[in-house]
Design a protein. Structure first.
Length: 135
């Protein structure tokens, strides 16, 4: 497996696209393009911590915190999309395979109304433990 394909952002993008599996709900990294109409999903890495063993040596395991946002014109639709994402990702454990460990746990979620855009947003944070090649 190529090191580039193990990037947590690529993994998250692929998972989110597979979860919604609808061209009517596009998935964007960091921000949606100008003029994007709802619904859509955005995601971004907001923090990373690295595992070390007792000798101080760094392992290849990273704990990445992702923020995933479900955007929609109504709170109900944003909630439906967020629930689908939450149910699919929380507790996902693909174990160790061909150089990649993948475990995802939900941390929290919150509901927003973006008044200036008149848009509803469900924001969720997930902790992704992944074997990430950093060299």
């Amino acid at each position: 497996m190529a090191a580039d394909s193990l990037k947590p952002e690529k993994i998250m993008h692929s998972l989110l696209k597979a979860i919604v599996h609808s061209p009517a709900i596009p998935v964007y990294h960091v921000s949606m393009p100008d003029g994007q109409v709802n619904p859509c999903i955005t995601y971004q890495r907001i923090a990373t911590s690295f595992d070390h063993i007792l000798t101080g040596k760094k392992t290849q395991l990273s704990r990445v915190i992702f923020q995933v946002d479900a955007w929609a014109d109504t709170d109900i639709l944003a909630g439906e999309i967020a629930t689908k994402i939450h149910l699919a990702l929380d507790g996902l454990n693909q174990g160790v395979a061909e150089g990649a460990a993948l475990v995802i746990m939900a941390i929290n979620d919150v509901t927003f109304f973006e008044a200036d855009e008149k848009t509803h947003r469900r924001s969720m944070n997930f902790r992704v433990t992944v074997k990430e090649y950093t060299s």
